[in-house]
Design a protein around this ligand. Sequence first.
Ligand code: ADP
Ligand code: MG
Length: 345
Amino acid sequence: MSDKRTELDALGEFGLIEHLTKGFKTTKDSTVFGIGDDAAVLSISEDEVSLVSTDMFIEGVHFNLMYMPLKHLGYKVIAANVSDICAMNGVAEQITVSISVSNRFPVEALEELYDGIRTACEMYKIDLIGGDTSSSLSGLTISVTVLGRANKKDIVYRSGAKEHDLLVTSGDLGAAYIGLQVLEREKQVFEANPNIQPDLDGHDYIIERQLKPEARVDIIKFLKELDVVPTSMIDISDGLASEIMHICKSSNVGCHIYDEKIPIDGKTSMTAIEFNLDPVTCALNGGEDYELLFTVRQEDYDKIKGNPHMTVIGHVTDAKDGIYYIDKSGSAIELKAQGWNHFSD
Ligand code: ADP
Ligand code: MG
């Protein structure tokens, strides 16, 4: 190590991953795909692959126990991992869960956490098969690894989008971020006066989107039934803008997305406006929706047209045409990712 000191901020999260891992080459025949997608792909037989993905959740960075019940947290960390397997068009089968925990937490608190993990395992039909447990000097950290499976021919990478493909998102966007704003506001009210009960009335949907997100396993099923294999796919964990940039960078393409096409739930819009936020900005830059963003060939349009769970929000262009968001007035604005960057949070 030299005396040189580079701040983490200078690289950002994705720059750092690239910087640290660029010197690694994969050498095993069984490693079909390593770093750079939602999950790694390992060959297990002639026609099947195994999928592996891992995510870490740190108290004070990824969750705040002031408003995140431990049971919900347990559910959410599993859903977030299952979502990464969905993003490969695969099916999750097993998880390992590792925790480091300070003595601030009683056993009963961890029982709550594992109640949520158990509920998620039942929901997604996956087995908890191991993990690790350690003490921590402060707070709670949870690390989850998920294993999944897919047919080789069904695997969808971030890198397969082609010019003229349609860009599609599942569900609606921005709700989890707005849910977080409501919870933050009520936390501040509570801190100022603990006698005031949180006012969460009318916000059930957006709060549920923040506290109890679901992995879109149903979308993977629908796509199979419709006989559509997306050309590329990613899950929306960091915000639509950031995920579009990942697909475009990996696929070496550009794209146009249209403001009026972005699906936003009515309550999300209303609450965003209450907070003086633009709903579309929340959809573009808010995180944790855990919807799926994918591209399909034009000839598959008829199969997904009118499907209430899927919305075409734009189309793929040549890389040199850039990545643009067309606003309500028809002006094209170059898209810049402003998703969560954990080093500047
Ligand atoms: P996601 O948002 O889908 O969880 P990430 O952005 O966290 O994906 O990671 C992108 C890619 O970089 C993945 O292939 C992941 O396994 C890999 N990766 C992330 N951090 C590291 C690390 N510290 N060392 C090696 N690979 C990493
Ligand atoms: Mg992902």
